[in-house]
Design a protein around this ligand. Structure first.
Ligand code: F6R
Length: 606
């Protein structure tokens, strides 16, 4: 989704903002722009397309101004174009504004305008800038506060006025926004990676807060005008983690980081045959009294929840429900606050649909736990408790390491809950096997030659089928999602048992079938499904264990071998092959792996 960057301080603002915008590229965008205050006027540059085009357009521009705002736009209202790119400005160009999100009542705001400005774009944002100009009486913070009281929708905004040099005003409601502080000046950004080159000291703005920044001061109040005292947080992620570090793509780097982040996510949580969550504050009595657990998420995070359902059902006596945020939020449900809990799972902690589902449940008094990656994200702050996945910054749009660390935390939480409720015995062997996983994942991702070969042979195919059962059914869905989002090949993930109920009609020699068949309780069923596909001329890529001697590896056209592990842990080892296969196919097809078309990393609108 759109990205906001801003700076006011002692340094030249243009390179600082440009650098921040590059760090926000991963969020997805289709145009970009920048405005810097320069000797009593605004220098403004906007382009359709990539930030590198904006940089080219700025070549040899000597702008010395030390405060400005920038934006990457992911089109919602109006096509991607230079005119629709932000910043947008008032008639007299004394006011500049950038905006993320959607102004739902833009039509009513347009009717309210008392002046008759000439609109230069098709965006909802331009209405906001004209209304802000009308409300301006010498104090930008006050004008923005009054204007935002009229706005319905979700937004993060940042604005500047020529009458108040060096001052940035920023606000959020429904879209993330953070403030960076350093001795050299102060910053605004949509996400941490945009700040890490400059500072690790940040303030997380809460919903409906407005911040006023000058080079040496930050004040915060609410849109209702109540002053707020904010604490400064030190972030341990560093800028190097948010860079490619010699890899061709962020996605490849993030796939390769999985052994290390899995170790990180286990650290301090596995103790012999016990699982502990040292920072968990949820009352143990609440967890013991539960009867029902609902897991909510979107996309890849939803697939992690689907896997977790099998773990929770095996290790606890709870009724477990899993749903997609965008569906769950509109369901009519009855809650029992004393015996239910919701787990919201999200990499970003900002996904609008998951957040809405979480708020709906929270309003009924049901405790909410979030499992997320981004420190200080909205979900982390609004939930009753949070377990971080510790995957570090994930920049590639396709989730990889965030998925495997979500799996890890969900597995540990299932075990923890099972032990706490007395429904699951101590399983030292299982935890020992869990500890082996990072090394096993490492062995899986080191050699990509088989995947490259498959990609060479299959990259022209337009359809793929992914089949799995039980714990590996969600991984089949994840394999299909990864493939379609980065290579634009149509792919479907199916529970293999459903083949006979329709999809088998698709099988012929043109459709590659990826079968997830590690040794498990459903192995022989998977074997029958492979036979059915082979009998109809299908090409099968089977993911099975190294010592798979019971037939599946032989029947398949290719075996993708994974190390031996416990059945419950197989999703950790069937996932990396899905990621690498998609990656190699996408690279072979010449796709933009890290920023696939039409996609955004953090989906902050419904
Ligand atoms: C796919 C992908 C998306 C996200 C989804 C939820 O690779 O990344 O499907 O998983 O948008 O995002 P989070 O986890 O941030 O809530």
């Amino acid at each position: 989704m759109c990205g906001i960057a801003g700076y006011t301080g002692e340094a030249r603002a243009l390179p600082v903002i440009l650098e921040s915008l590059y760090r926000l590229e991963y969020r997805g965008y289709d145009s970009a722009g920048i405005a810097v205050e320069e000797e009593g006027e605004f220098f403004l540059k906007k382009v359709k397309g990539k930030i590198s085009r904006l940089e080219d357009a700025l070549m040899e521009t000597m702008v010395h101004g030390t405060s400005g705002i920038g934006h990457t736009r992911w089109a919602t209202h109006g096509e991607p174009s230079k005119a629709n790119a932000h910043p947008h400005f008032s008639e007299d160009k004394s006011l500049m504004l950038v905006h993320n999100g959607i102004i739902e009542n833009h039509e009513q705001l347009r009717q309210k305008l008392t002046t008759n400005p000439e609109f230069k774009s098709q965006t909802d944002t331009e209405v906001l800038v004209h209304r802000l100009a009308e409300n301006y009486e010498g104090d930008l913070t006050e004008a923005l506060r009054l204007t935002l009281q009229e706005v319905e929708g979700s937004y993060a905004v940042a604005a500047m006025h020529l009458n108040e040099p060096g001052k940035l005003v920023a606000a959020r409601s429904g879209s993330p926004l953070i403030i960076g502080c350093s001795g050299d000046g102060n910053y605004i950004a949509s996400d941490l990676p945009a700040l890490l080159d400059f500072t690790r000291e940040v303030i997380f703005l809460d919903e409906d807060e407005i911040a006023t920044l000058t080079p040496d001061e930050i004040t915060v109040q609410t849109i209702q005008g109540e002053k707020r005292k904010k604490s400064i947080n030190s972030i341990s992620w560093d800028a190097v983690q948010a860079q490619k570090g010699g890899y061709k793509h962020f996605m490849l780097k993030e796939i390769a980081e999985q052994p290390q982040v899995l170790r990180q996510a286990m650290q301090g949580r596995v103790d012999g045959s016990r699982v502990v969550f040292p920072n968990l504050e949820l009352d143990e009595e609440v967890l013991k009294n539960l009867k029902k657990l609902t897991l909510i998420a979107c996309g890849t995070s939803h697939h992690a929840c689907m896997v977790a359902r099998y773990w929770l059902e095996e290790m606890t006596d709870l009724h477990v429900e899993v749903d997609i945020g965008s569906e769950y939020r509109y369901r009519s449900l009855n809650y029992d606050a004393g015996t239910e809990m919701l787990i919201a799972v999200s990499q970003s902690g900002e996904t609008a649909d998951t957040l809405a589902a979480m708020r709906k449940v929270s309003a009924q008094g049901v405790p909410v736990l979030t499992i997320c990656n981004v420190l200080g994200s909205t979900m982390a702050r609004e939930a009753d408790d949070v377990i971080y996945t510790h995957a570090g910054p994930e920049i590639g749009v396709a989730s990889t390491k965030s998925f495997t660390t979500q799996l890890l935390v969900l597995f540990l939480f299932s075990y923890f809950l099972g032990r706490l409720r007395g429904s699951y015995g101590e399983q030292p062997d299982l935890l020992e096997k869990l500890i082996e996983l990072p090394d096993q994942v490492d062995s899986l991702i080191r050699d990509r030659s088989l995947y490259k070969k498959i990609a060479r042979e299959q990259f022209k195919k337009e359809d793929f089928l992914f089949l799995g059962r039980h714990l590996n059914y969600p991984i089949a869905m994840e394999g299909a999602l990864k493939l379609k989002e980065i290579s634009y090949i149509h792919a479907e993930g199916y529970p293999a048992g459903e083949m006979k109920h329709g999809p088998i009609a698709l099988i012929d020699e043109e459709i590659p079938v990826v079968v997830l068949g590690p040794t498990s309780r459903v192995y022989s069923k998977m074997l029958s499904n492979v036979e059915e596909v082979k009998a109809r001329g299908g090409i099968v890529f089977g993911v099975s264990m190294v010592d798979d001697r019971s037939g599946l590896a032989e029947v398949c056209d290719y075996q993708i071998a994974i190390p031996q592990t416990a059945e419950l842990l197989t999703p950790f080892l069937t996932t990396p092959p899905m990621q690498i296969l998609s990656y190699e196919l996408a690279v072979r097809r010449g796709c933009d792996v890290d920023q696939p078309r039409n996609l955004a990393k953090s989906v902050t609108v419904e």
